[in-house]
Design a protein around this ligand. Structure first.
Ligand SMILES: *[C@@H]1O[C@H](CO)[C@@H](O)[C@H](O)[C@H]1NC(C)=O
Ligand SMILES: *[C@@H]1O[C@H](CO)[C@@H](O)[C@H](O)[C@H]1NC(C)=O
Ligand SMILES: *[C@@H]1O[C@H](CO)[C@@H](O)[C@H](O)[C@H]1NC(C)=O
Ligand SMILES: *[C@@H]1O[C@H](CO)[C@@H](O)[C@H](O)[C@H]1NC(C)=O
Ligand SMILES: *[C@@H]1O[C@H](CO)[C@@H](O)[C@H](O)[C@H]1NC(C)=O
Length: 267
């Protein structure tokens, strides 16, 4: 048994105490009590260790373009000149653009004096710059021209001159019958200059032709010196280039040629 202690408390004390010690027997266990109220929230726990690395995410969208950079400096180093000369280019438009050539013969001996000699038998006159009936060639452009004549002489002497605009430039005299005389000259002419042959008089007009003899007059443009034409060719006829005439017979009216011919101009 259990001893209970009973204390006696004295009167002098503030309370009365009595302790009695008596033996007792333990009772049966009590019924289970009702659950107590929930306890107060505990303190935050400490951070756990780092987890494992996750998988790679999807690719993000393209960002916006950045601002343009500053302008570079312009001053590059100039390159050196190439070392090889180019090949020569094709001829300019002048040469094919303007052409002029004629060759013609007489068909009657002893032409009239004081008058351009007609050369009615045309051998070449593609551009029509030579008038065979008048016997006059008209320069189509400023340029350098070549003229030749090869004349049979028979029966009478021949004195003949080549005229440019009423001025004799070269002359030939041949006194032997059954012979010939010739001349080749290079002339600088300007557009519309006229060139022809002329005999001196009735005693010296022995220019001859028969079935075995030809007397011919020929000429051609060697080089055009009209800068404007050379630059643009015949297709671009503007300004001064209209001076290229057609050379048609109509251009030369007979009166134009007759009137200025005077004795002092003759050979
Ligand atoms: C860069 O050059 C351009 C074209 O020449 C011009 O319009 C622009 O103003 C310049 N910018 C700067 C910053 O010089
Ligand atoms: C390059 O050549 C041009 C034209 O001839 C000239 O104006 C310029 O000064 C040169 N630049 C240099 C760096 O030589
Ligand atoms: C290149 O050629 C041009 C023209 O002939 C000349 O003016 C220039 O000085 C040359 N430049 C060089 C680097 O030789
Ligand atoms: C010379 O030729 C021209 C042109 O063909 C002709 O008109 C003329 O009658 C001819 N003259 C002679 C004498 O044959
Ligand atoms: C032809 O030459 C003459 C005289 O030199 C000049 O006055 C004229 O302008 C020239 N014509 C052309 C088309 O060059």
């Amino acid at each position: 048994g259990t001893w209970f202690v009973v204390f006696w408390c004295t009167a002098s004390a503030s309370s009365v105490c009595l302790t009695v010690m008596t033996p007792s027997v333990q009772g049966p266990p009590g019924l289970q009590g009702v659950p107590g109220p929930a306890g107060a929230r505990g303190l935050p726990g400490v951070q756990g260790p780092m987890g494992l690395k996750g998988l790679m995410g999807d690719k993000g969208d393209i960002g916006k373009p950045g601002e343009p950079g500053m302008n570079g400096t312009k001053d590059g180093v100039n390159g050196t000149n190439g070392s090889h000369m180019g090949i020569m280019g094709p001829p300019g438009p002048c040469s094919p653009a303007i052409q002029s050539a004629f060759s013609a013969a007489i068909n009657q001996s002893f032409p009239a004096p004081n008058w351009p000699v007609a050369f009615p038998v045309i051998i070449t006159n593609q551009q029509g710059h030579f008038n065979p009936i008048m016997g006059i060639y008209m320069a189509p452009v400023n340029g350098t021209y070549v003229f030749t004549y090869n004349l049979a002489v028979a029966t009478k002497p021949l004195t003949v001159g080549l005229f440019v605009n009423f001025n004799p430039v070269v002359k030939n005299t041949e006194v032997y019958s059954r012979s010939s005389t010739s001349q080749t000259i290079v002339l600088n002419l300007k557009s519309f200059d006229r060139v022809w042959l002329q005999v001196r008089n009735d005693l010296t007009n022995g220019m001859y032709t028969d079935s075995d003899s030809s007397s011919t007059f020929s000429g051609y443009l060697l080089k055009c010196t009209c800068a404007h034409l050379c630059a643009h060719g015949r297709a671009g006829l503007t300004g001064r280039c209209v001076q290229v005439h057609s050379g048609r017979i109509a251009i030369l009216r007979q009166r134009e040629v007759i009137a200025p011919l005077t004795k002092k101009n003759l050979v």
